[in-house]
Write a protein of this length. Sequence first.
Length: 150
Amino acid sequence: MKIERYTKDRIPDVLLFEETLRKEEAHWGWDITEEYIQNVTASFENPAFADSVSLLAYQDGKVVGRIDSSLIHSHFDGSRKAYLDWICVLKSCRHRKIAQELMQALRSELHRRGVDTLIGLIDEAEGAQHFYRALPGAVIRDEGIWIDVP
């Protein structure tokens, strides 16, 4: 397995990954539409996304896992934290330490950028709960909230 930075030229690989996700599990909350593809493509040219860190796990030339985060700069305490937006591995490739390797690669990259804390919401699924509780140096605290901004 090889971990690579998600770059604009890898969008077709990620689209194939997302199509495979939907074939293996039907619960994904968004469709792969032309608008979605345009938005993702545009994000690689928009300077507002410069603090996004996204990595892909490749196996046999195909994406089998993905992790996405963004940096958080706060005047609250002058800190640099990161938000874990998404981590996912194809169902057919789970339990092979791919998620752990993606997480370690992300942590290394964030450390290199001066980030000392990674914050994320935890899916309620039992497998996700087990994964996060087993991460070295992770502590589950507080609760998450989703607020729609009209």
